[in-house]
Design a protein around this ligand. Sequence first.
Ligand SMILES: [Zn+2]
Length: 314
Amino acid sequence: MKRFFKYPIIFIFLNILSSNAQVINNQSGYYRFQVGAFEVTALSDGTVPVDAHQLLHPEDPARIDKLLAEAFIESPAETSINAYLIKSGSRLILVDTGAGELFGADHGGALTSSLKAAGYLPEQITDILLTHIHVDHSGGLTVKNKQVFPNATIHVNKKELDFWSGQEKTTATPGATVNKPAFAVLKPYINQEKVRTFSGNVELFPGVSTLEYFGHTPGHTVYVLESGKDKLLFWGDLIHIAAVQLSGPEISNDYDTDKQKAAIQRQKAYADAAKSGYLIAADHISFPGIGRIKAKGNVFEFVAVPYSVLGRNK
Ligand SMILES: [Zn+2]
C-alpha cells in the first residue's frame, strides 16, 4: 500500500498561530467519571484552531461547510486537545500528554495545571500510554528542556517508536523534520531507558490493553480500559473534527501518514463503537471528549456522556 509522508500539521497550526492569537479563558480543565472500578479523569491541554478546509479534503469541499453549519461550528474549528488519567490501584496512568510548548504559548500546554486542579502532581504519574508520536500527543513530555513526568515509564507501540526514530536520522524525506519536535521531547526518556515498547494487541496492566489502529501513523494505538460491564476505548487520532468525519470517515485527512489505511480504520472504529455501544474518549472531540457513537443511516453521531457529579457514565 502506498505510504504518504506528509506532515503539514505543523504548517496548518503555525499559519493560524501567526494570525489569530487565542485569548485563554480559565475553563474547568478536568472531568472525572467512573469506568467500572476505575476512576478516569479527562484533562484539558487547551484548544487549537484548525482550518477544516486545510485539514480535510472531501471530493466536494462544500460538504465541509454544510456539515460544520449543521453542527453550528465555524471554521477554523476550535479543536480540543485532551488527555486522560486512569487511576488503577497504586498506578496513575496518563493517556497522551497534550502539546506542551510545541504549539507556542497561546495553544495547548495546560495539561499540568489541569492535572494539578484535579488533585495530582506530574511526579505522581507512574505510566504514560502514547497513542502515537505527534506534537499534540507526546508534546507535553518535556517542557523547557525538563522532563515533566520524571517518574513515569512511557509505553508506545514498537512500530511507532521505530518509525519516528528512523525519521530522526533521515534528512532526505521532504517534511521529515517537521514532526521532529514530537520525537525530541521523548528523547530524554529514551536516553534514561524509561520507554517501553509493545507489539500486537497486549494487556499492559490489569484491565488496560492495546489495540492496533495503524494508518494515522505507522504505530497508532488505541488503548482499551475494561472493568465489570464497562469498556472505554481511548481513540487518539481516530477523529479530529467530529462534525465532519463522523459523516465522512473516508474523507482524506492531511495528518494521516497512510491516508487510505487511516480512512479504513476510521470507518472500522466508528462502526464497531456504534455496534458495541462502549464508551470512547477522543483527544480532539470537544472536552471532555467522552461519549458513545451511534449509527444513523450510513453516518455516525457522537453522543456525549451526560454531565454527572457522581461520575456516572450513563
Ligand atoms: Zn492529534
